[in-house]
Design a binder for this molecule. Structure first.
Ligand code: IMP
Length: 199
């Protein structure tokens, strides 16, 4: 089966492929499918935004499309940056490093640093059928950046039970415990059920 990935984030595409390729699911990004557009993420939840992105990619390509809307929820900041994780500083041109620095500044002197990564996956087929999955990864915000792997907030997020940040883990180690890994495994289960029911 081939699915269009409604994202141009190379890191996300790699994580999707690492988990879905062994199951025979080919992931083609919307850019690779010749569609170059960005969807306004106007939803108030990860689920709403995931649907907006997958539906737009399905309409643009005429093929089944899957998306992930994800982000970091920090308890001491009432769940911020949440759905605004990719645009937390408010400046489009800012980098992941700028957003990490912005978050670290807000947490200066804060002792209670619990947080979680959330991933909401949505898959929309041309016949209108919609499949959903969600994954979370509990942890805490480090007091300084560590590690070079991954992307986004990985260098400041310590998964629960780990002495290392997400950016200090190998790709396999991250996929085994990450929010996206959990959501993708749940998505595989839901997709298999759906495929069996529509044989
Ligand atoms: P989205 O493309 O709108 O879903 O943006 C998600 C944002 O959340 C990313 O740009 C990152 O800042 C953050 N994020 C999501 N997943 C991860 C992850 O696995 N590691 C680090 N940051 C992540």
């Amino acid at each position: 089966m081939r699915l269009i990935l409604a994202s141009n984030n190379a890191h996300k595409a790699r994580e999707f492929r690492e988990i879905l390729a062994p199951l025979g699911i080919e992931i083609v990004t919307q850019g690779e499918a010749g569609c170059h557009f960005e969807v306004d993420e106007t939803g108030e939840t990860f689920e709403e935004n995931a649907f907006l992105k997958a539906e737009a990619a399905m309409r643009a390509t005429g093929e089944g499309a899957v998306s992930d809307d994800s982000g970091l929820e920090v308890d001491a900041l009432n769940g911020e940056p949440g759905v605004r994780s990719a645009r937390y500083t408010g400046r489009h041109e800012d980098s992941d490093a700028d957003r990490r620095a912005f978050l670290m500044k807000k947490l200066e002197g804060v002792e209670h640093r619990s947080a979680r990564f959330v991933s909401a996956i949505c898959c929309v087929f041309p016949n209108g059928d919609v499949l959903r999955a969600r994954g979370e990864c509990e942890g805490s915000i480090a007091t300084y950046e560590r590690g070079e792997n991954g992307f986004g907030y990985d260098a400041i997020f310590i998964p629960a039970g780990s002495g290392r940040t997400m950016a200090e883990l190998s790709a396999e180690e991250k996929n085994a415990i990450s929010h996206r890994g959990a959501a993708l495994r749940e998505f595989c289960r839901v997709l298999e059920e759906y495929s069996n029911a529509h044989k």
